[in-house]
Design a protein around this ligand. Sequence first.
Ligand code: AKB
Length: 332
Amino acid sequence: REMSRWNSQDTSPPSPQENVRVLITGGLGQLGVGLAQMLRKQYGRDNVILSDIKKPPPHVYANGPFVYADVLDYKHLRELIVNNRVTWLVHYSALLSAVGEANVALARKINITGLHNVLDLALENCLRLFVPSTIGAFGPSSPRDPAPDLCVQRPRTIYGVSKVHGELMGEYLHHKYGLDFRCLRYPGVISSNTPPGGGTTDYAVQIFHDALSTGHHECYLRPDTRLPMMHISDCHRATVEFMQAPECQLSLRTYNIAAMSFTPEEVAQEIRKHLPHLKVTYNPDTVRQTIADSWPVRFDDTNARRDWGWAPAFGLEELVSDMLRSIRDKRT
Ligand code: AKB
């Protein structure tokens, strides 16, 4: 294998002049469209290509290039990378925690076989590769409050197992062949435009929509279930800043990033400051409650803050005001 050109001791972040060309897989999930928007502002509209296996809504076509790409189709993915002179790959295709438990075989295929394709192609084509990991990469035997970057990781979901596998494979290929692998462990991500799909933290998005529509949210987790969470704009900014960080600043290849941690009852209380009549009832479902109980309640992100300057902008108060305002704006 050829050594990655990113293995050289470059010290400056890639600039638009270096011709960054990004391909985002799984681009129609919760995170792809917003990340593409942020990257397009910096690198140009046509240098960021969204891809997925679904047909996008018209506004996605209108805002920049979109192509069909199935991460299980190695040859087609290779063609896309070569023909489009791709230099960065952001790999967002994955089945999340709850939906993964409902379809383990499919989750294994997408999250593990799909990842292997992407890793091979990144190595072959000297790409800078970003793969998200998650709070779900930890399990009941991990330290939970806080969970550090390096500790025991024995998750009990196929999603978590596939993410630990991704972290280890990427780091292995980095050390052995110089692959420029970069991985952030995301908390639950809260967004107003794009719904999450099939995760354990999804209630923390739905509660805002319910608060503004019916005024009643039925929560599938217990009121005291504390989990790390983050506003989507912090998540996008962390991803872009991390991708731009000079290699010499990275003492790790997989970092925790944190912003806040809250329970369903705490977020409901904060929403009630704006909508006093919000009613929340609790009907914990065994699968998602068991998953949540095995995840960290807080993330230690000291290394990300020290190495590449990570700092979140949104706490719980700012998150709640922003979510209510932007959902309201869309409804009017
Ligand atoms: C999920 O709940 O599965 C995801 C995650 C925390 O990775 N949102």
